[in-house]
Design a protein around this ligand. Structure first.
Ligand code: ATP
Ligand code: MG
Length: 564
């Protein structure tokens, strides 16, 4: 049987003040309530109460992974560099990777994620299609030398992740493993009590559900996502698309040149002409694999270079420099317009639809042109969603104005396909007796980060506020101080414990009732039971930590209530 946890013996030191450098709730409260301790930047120690909460989250994750047939394994964190060199990630990870050498000078790394090693494990263990499909998972420590290890356990340099990997011989098998994970993740986050959204992780251009992120909305989050207030559309900001709506090109006046001295920027131009920036067409020049390409967007919108890069991958996208204009008389810096760009590929945002009319550069110094109509005066070679999404942009699903919110990425599911199987030639013998290349999925949950996300979403002014499934105890019993009160508290604790209720009892001597009450609120166990003034009559107070509702009950009533 579990033991009653006694505060007099528990290693927990609560603090009245927030740590000086703490910016986020989870950092402040987990430290103040004695759950974690910072060892170094982004490196945390889980103290007894914190370890309990961490293990509760891990248990929920484990149960749901087991329920979809996942097999738990444990891989090392210290890894040889060769597999990561083979996949190219030893280089790609750059500064994010912790690299080290052993005494013989051989190079190692601390695993940031384990696709390579899992692929090798399966190559070694599975040889026939009969050995597949298989889902392997671990709950294990990961290392990433994050640039900004802040926000408590939300972003650690050492952190705990549940990572799983599916191995199948067919695309349908992979789709099934993905769907199983998606459903398991939904159950996990629901059981944890997290409010979350599922968003597509890839840009609209790449499409599909091959990769989705689970986001927990919270102001401390480092991801921005779009949320529709009217329908259930939610998406990564990079994934928002705008529908192309061509209209007739007829009925516009002819192109007219305007004398616009010293107006090389949209702001100077709009001010000079007394028009809104949205009436102007901005033409950003970039180099795509070294070739100059123009990208047209409304003058009031910013180009998202990341999004552009994703659309054009694997080509590289760079900004143009002054040197690129040398010998290019067709490109008049600051006065470029698509109507004169014969030698340049023209990409545009769908807002620049056929039939729309613009004020834009006239391809002459100090000159712009008005009534430049898309589809009449210039053609768009390719439409790409490249503008930075803004609040109020239309929802691609229902058209309502979108909201931009902050969120914490708590999970990520990804149909990897054959990338790693190709690298390591992971084949199994197929039904026809020929080798078949295996296809993989990779799925992660930030277990330590989920603890942080829970705090960010559920804590209140008084402190932490756990749900029953996650809390370090079910009931926090406060013995106000007198002997009779402590006696009653311990007796109730024993009765509850005997009935399988997890109890934390504050039996500390010489600590004032006020401090004990404050600590109970801070520690955040769902039910607080106080053995106070009416202890001699066998009456205690039972309080709901979340709602603050309190009730006086006899001991037997209280025990009956809490063991129901
Ligand atoms: P982020 O964009 O926040 O850096 P990521 O996209 O790099 O995350 P993945 O590689 O998909 O993350 O890792 C799977 C999961 O591990 C994430 O969804 C997140 O919950 C968790 N995670 C990633 N990095 C950290 C970290 N530094 N500290 C804590 N948890 C993390
Ligand atoms: Mg991710």
């Amino acid at each position: 049987m579990a033991q009653v946890q006694r505060m007099s013996r528990l290693m927990v030191k609560t603090l009245r003040d927030d740590p000086a450098d703490a910016e986020t709730l989870n950092h402040k409260l987990l430290v103040r309530a004695g759950y974690v301790r910072r060892t170094a930047a982004g490196i945390w120690t889980w103290l007894p109460l914190g370890k309990k909460v961490y293990e509760n989250v891990a248990r929920v994750v484990r149960e749901e992974m087991d329920a979809i047939g996942g097999q738990e394994v444990l891989l090392p964190a210290l890894l040889p560099k060769e597999p990561y060199e083979a996949s190219g990630r030893y280089e790609e990870y750059g500064d994010l990777l912790f690299r080290l050498k052993d005494r013989k000078g051989s190079e190692y790394l601390l695993g940031p994620t384990h696709e390579e090693i899992f692929t090798q494990v399966v190559k070694d263990q599975c040889s026939s299609y009969k050995d597949l499909p298989v889902i392997l998972y671990q709950i294990q420590t990961k290392y990433r030398d994050e640039a900004r290890p802040r926000a408590g356990v939300l972003r650690g340099r050492e952190f705990q992740m549940k990572d799983s990997y599916s191995f199948d011989t067919t695309d349908e098998g992979l789709a099934e493993a993905y769907a199983l994970h998606r459903a398991a993740y939904q159950r996990i986050f629901e059981r944890l009590g997290l409010d979350y959204r599922i968003v597509s992780a890839v840009s609209g251009a790449m499409g599909g559900s091959a990769s989705e992120e689970f986001l927990a909305p919270a102001p401390a989050g480092e991801d921005t996502f779009v949320d529709c207030p009217e329908c259930d559309y939610a998406a990564n900001t990079e994934a928002v698309t705008f529908a192309l709506k061509p209209v007739s090109t007829d009925g516009h006046p002819a192109v007219e040149e305007l004398d616009t001295p010293d107006t090389p920027t949209i702001e100077t131009l709009a001010e000079h002409l007394g028009v809104p920036a949205s009436a102007t067409l901005k033409n950003l020049l970039v180099k795509v694999d070294g070739e100059i390409v123009a990208v047209g967007v409304p003058g009031d919108r910013e180009v998202d270079l990341g999004k552009l890069g994703e659309h054009l991958a694997p080509a590289t996208v760079e900004l143009v420099t002054a040197e690129d204009f040398e010998g290019r008389d067709d490109l008049v810096r600051g006065y470029v317009g698509p109507q004169g760009l014969e030698k340049v590929r023209y990409l545009a945002d769908p807002r620049v639809a056929p039939g729309t009319s613009w004020i834009t550069g006239a391809n002459k110094a100090d000159t712009h042109a008005r009534n430049v109509v898309c589809g009449r005066d210039f053609e768009v070679d390719d439409y790409l969603d490249v503008v930075v999404v803004e609040a109020g942009d239309p929802c691609p699903a229902c058209g309502a104005g979108l909201k931009l919110d902050r969120a914490i990425e708590i999970g990520h599911i990804f149909q990897l396909g054959r990338k790693y199987a190709d690298t390591f030639q992971l084949d199994v013998l197929g039904q026809q007796g020929k080798p078949v290349r295996v296809t993989m999925g990779s799925y992660g949950i930030g277990v330590s980060r989920a603890v942080a996300a829970l705090v960010e979403q559920t804590a209140d002014e008084q402190g932490l506020c756990w749900s029953k499934e996650i809390a370090p105890a079910d009931v926090h019993i406060v013995a106000a101080g007198k002997a009779v009160q402590t006696e009653l508290a311990l007796s109730v604790a024993e009765q509850l414990n005997a009935a399988g209720v997890r109890v934390l009892v504050d039996d500390r001597a010489g600590v004032s009732p006020g401090v004990k009450f404050t600590d109970a609120e801070l520690i955040g166990v769902p039910t607080i039971l106080v053995a106070g003034r009416r202890s001699a009559d066998g009456v205690v107070e039972v309080k709901d930590r979340r709602t603050g509702e309190r009730e006086e009950l006899t001991v037997s009533e209280a025990v009956a209530r809490l063991t129901a």
